[in-house]
Design a protein around this ligand. Structure first.
Ligand SMILES: NC(=O)c1ccc[n+]([C@@H]2O[C@H](COP(=O)([O-])OP(=O)(O)OC[C@H]3O[C@@H](n4cnc5c(N)ncnc54)[C@H](O)[C@@H]3O)[C@@H](O)[C@H]2O)c1
Ligand SMILES: [Zn+2]
Ligand SMILES: [Zn+2]
Length: 345
């Protein structure tokens, strides 16, 4: 089969590789039909995630059809269409028992990280019964690919950890696929005002189409000053960081109101300065974490009911064997006006 392989910093290749087989009775082999590229894959390619070793197939998102199942698998059979979760979970360990699948003792985020991932013709999914979801009849498969990672990330780590409530004023710093997923899922809770912050005017324009009430363009205006003025000096109920750099965390800690929440979603590679001398008196909460994808069943229902349309995040489509071209477009998202790319096998 063919797969997109990481071969060390800056080096990726579309190569012939052995088709994966069942290694454990709980494994499921999935034939990929649609996959995508995540910002995290770009981080890996830069060499920022040293746990990823040369030869690793990338990708942790996608949908497909079950090809083969191990003898302990009970929920799936060959031919079943499935959604792949970016987080693998056994369903039995102490952390799985409390739905903290991100910290499964035999799983977590391993796909395209510690084991071969989904940017290939076939992928082996460990603990298939718990790590795959059946695709409902007639579902929009492009929209479903957004449910592998970005939509549960936005909902769990941004909206739920940030405790977004009806009427709240919230700010989302970062209008990439993850920030946009926060924007879409925050609307389940009817916030009164949604302020989107980014430096890319095209992404801010898209955010308005997706429900942002206000936008702030970093670079051309002072984000903190503008948001404080917009909120009569009070700040926002929830400040959600969806970039992963010190500058954006800093905006969030400066705009949070008394009694508010800072929800950090971004993956950080360097320390940030926490202004506890300003914050201690404000009765705020700061949260952060890795997505568990425990909200996937809820998201499947909202998608099925037409309450949310993550398919509108898809801007570009390629054949799977043109994945190198897709990386070129996704890697130059601002120039290409790209949000999410779909690769069709
Ligand atoms: N916590 C989790 O479980 C989890 C899961 C998935 C992704 N993530 C992380 O979420 C973050 C966002 O992911 P993404 O795919 O949307 O990333 P992305 O790079 O596509 O988007 C980031 C956005 O931030 C904007 N930006 C960059 N610097 C900025 C600044 N100084 N001020 C304002 N805006 C700025 C960019 O223009 C871009 O639109 C990443 O750090 C990613 O690793 C976390
Ligand atoms: Zn991802
Ligand atoms: Zn587990």
């Amino acid at each position: 089969m063919k797969a997109l392989v990481y071969n060390g910093p800056g080096q990726k290749d579309w190569v012939e590789k052995e088709k994966p087989g069942i290694q454990k009775p709980t494994d499921v082999i999935v034939k990929i039909t649609k996959t995508t590229i995540c910002g995290t894959d770009l981080h890996i390619l830069k060499g920022d995630v040293p746990a990823v070793t040369p030869g690793r197939t990338l990708g942790h998102e996608g949908v497909g059809v079950v090809e083969e199942v191990g003898n302990a698998v009970v929920n799936f059979k060959p031919g079943d269409p499935v959604l792949i979760s970016c987080v693998t979970s056994c369903g039995k360990c102490a952390n799985c028992k409390r739905q903290l699948y991100a910290h499964c003792s035999d799983g977590g985020w391993i796909l395209g990280h510690l084991i071969d991932g989904t940017q290939a013709e076939y992928v082996r999914i460990p603990h298939g019964d718990n790590s795959l979801y059946p695709i409902p009849e007639g579902a929009d498969e492009e929209a479903l690919v957004m449910l592998s990672d970005i939509m549960p990330t936005g909902l769990e780590i941004g909206v739920q950890y940030g405790r977004v409530k009806p009427g709240d004023t919230i700010a989302i710093v970062g209008a990439g696929p993850v920030g946009m997923s926060v924007l879409l899922t925050s609307q389940f809770y009817s916030p009164g005002r949604i302020i989107m912050v980014d430096m890319d005017p095209a992404r801010l324009e898209l955010a308005k189409q997706f429900g942002a009430t206000d936008t702030v363009q970093v670079g051309s205006e002072d984000a903190v000053e503008k948001i404080m003025a917009m909120t009569d000096g009070l700040g926002v109920d929830v400040a959600i960081e969806a970039v992963g750099v010190p500058a954006t965390f800093d905006i969030c800690q400066k705009i949070v109101s008394a009694g508010g929440n800072v929800a950090n979603v971004g993956v950080h590679g360097t320390p940030v300065e926490l202004h506890i001398e300003e914050l201690w008196i404000k009765n705020i909460n700061i949260s952060m974490g890795l997505v568990s994808t425990n909200t996937t069943p809820m998201l499947l229902k909202t998608l099925g009911a037409g309450k949310v349309d993550p398919g509108k995040l898809v801007t570009h489509r390629f054949a799977l064997d043109k994945i190198i071209d897709a990386y070129e477009v996704f890697g130059n998202a601002a120039r290409e006006k790209a949000m999410k790319v779909i690769l069709n096998a």
